[in-house]
Design a protein around this ligand. Structure first.
Ligand code: GAP
Length: 451
């Protein structure tokens, strides 16, 4: 096993042990391609989505949000091209009956092989549509078919006119959405990287045709900045200019933002200039106008669009891979041990601070610790822990990626030196340094670090 494979195994095991990610339907053998997020995972994911929403919507004058339905009218996905062309090439292995993606088969001496059994007796490749369909109500008629959306983007295009009318935005402006998407992937793999149910964070940024290429580069730069701001090192991020032959026919330019996962360099996000393809398709198919009237030039036209489209789950996985670290610590008695520490940026860390009374059998310490917890709680996720030696409590929070540890000790009670009354020990997860901080200064100090 390579070092990267070992690292990935350790990450997967930590994620289960500490409650970041569980296999969906696990007690029934698991559901392939679906994952459940545990108590730490859901906080991490929520922090990521909240930060995306904050910088992409709330801190901008030119973007508004929406939240569309997952169930999607068949006509929408017919017009967008998904019903006819949203497919991957599939082959069957005649030996072990595995269904495989034709474009991901390993080759030996130029001959494609089944990755499961090594068999070479494979069927011809045929397209396999990735959309999940479902039946609306009790009717068995074909027009009762609806799809679970394969991307959040289409509901934005379909609601373009409604959102434009209510928000009264002028071009260029964007509509953002975070939500679930579903794809019946032939081979879900690499943990949560490629799954059948996942979440996307998408912005459709509408503009004039002549602004498209410039905005493509603008959004690429913005999105790279975003990933750095959540703690992904720039050296682990890469930009792939998608070659003409691999781009969707309607796209005039696409970048993939890739990340160095332990299993290889893979796509985190696509930033695509989709021209006026989607709005034009929906306008022509529905017969409803989806154009824009420019008050200044008195021109009416269908806007073009630039789309940064990110995967929530893939970004969560990148954050977990980036954060995972092991180092050696020496305790008070001089004993060394290896600690696992998740070095999450404080902004996205699931728990911001652990609050620890030095001893749980001292009511005055416990009461003070509960006061500190109550002080911070309305502003951030804090975790109160009074069990076990203080070193063990620190270690548990290191594994959860909690950037700060706050210990309430006898100094806090003013028993050692009056000037230390109402101060606590603030421990930094990364360098393990400890300093005395006044309780009245704690909130501001932590709030600045997690902003
Ligand atoms: N609206 C454009 C669109 O959906 P995409 O490249 O197919 O483009 C965008 O998907 C992002 O959604 C990807 O970069 C990835 O982060 C995420 N994504 C796509 N398929 C996924 C899957 N099966 N599992 C997890 N994330 C996925």
């Amino acid at each position: 096993m390579t070092a990267d494979q070992q690292r990935m195994e350790k990450i997967v095991s930590l994620c289960k042990r500490r409650g970041f990610i569980f296999q969906a339907s696990e007690i029934y053998g698991g559901l392939n391609g679906a994952w459940d997020y545990g108590p730490l995972g859901v906080e991490l994911k929520r922090n990521l989505k909240d930060y995306w929403w904050r910088v992409m919507v709330r801190e901008r004058d030119d973007v508004v949000g929406m939240d569309g339905a997952i169930l999607t009218h068949r006509a929408v996905l017919k017009a967008s091209g998904h019903e006819d062309t949203f497919s991957d090439p599939m082959v069957d292995c005649r030996t072990c009956k595995a269904r495989l993606r034709a474009d991901q088969l390993p080759e030996k001496s130029g001959v494609k092989q089944c990755p499961n059994c090594g068999g070479k007796d494979l069927t011809e490749a045929r397209p396999f549509n990735l959309m999940f369909s479902t039946q609306l109500g009790a009717s068995a008629e074909p027009d009762a078919i609806a799809y679970l959306r394969p991307e959040t983007a289409q509901s934005i295009f379909v609601q373009f006119k409604n959102v434009l009318d209510v928000s009264r935005k002028k071009l260029p402006f964007g509509i953002a959405q975070i939500g679930k998407a579903f794809r019946n992937e032939i081979n879900p793999r690499n943990y949560i990287f490629r799954s059948r149910e996942f979440e996307q964070m998408e912005l459709e940024y509408f503009c004039r045709p002549e602004q498209g290429m410039e905005l493509l580069d603008y959004w690429l730069a913005e999105r790279l900045r975003f990933y750095e701001n959540i703690g992904l090192a720039r050296k682990n991020l890469h930009v792939l200019t998608v070659p003409d032959a691999d781009r969707a026919f309607y796209s005039k330019g696409t970048y993939d933002i890739e990340y160095d996962f332990p299993f290889g360099r893979q796509e985190l996000e696509g930033v695509a200039y989709r021209t006026d393809y989607d709005l034009t398709q929906h306008q022509n198919t529905s017969g409803k106008p989806l154009d824009y009237f420019d008050e200044e030039t008195k021109q009416r036209f269908v806007p073009h669009v630039v789309e940064p489209s990110a995967g929530v789950d893939r970004t969560v996985l990148a954050l977990i891979c980036e954060a995972y670290d092991e180092d050696t610590v020496t305790d008070d008695k001089g004993k060394s041990e290896t600690r696992i520490v998740m070095r999450f940026h404080p902004r996205i860390a699931p728990i911001k601070a652990g609050v620890f009374p030095l001893l749980k059998n001292q009511p005055a310490l416990v009461e003070k610790a509960r006061d500190v917890q109550a002080l911070l709680r309305p502003h951030m996720n804090v975790f109160y822990d009074e069990t076990g030696a203080i070193g063990r409590r620190y270690r548990r929070q290191d594994e959860a990626g909690t950037p700060f540890g706050i210990t309430i000790d006898f100094e806090t009670l003013g028993e050692r030196a009056p000037e230390l009354r109402d101060t606590v020990t603030l421990r930094d997860r990364d360098n393990m340094k400890q300093e005395r901080v006044r309780i009245v200064d704690l909130l501001e100090r932590l709030a600045n670090a997690i902003a």
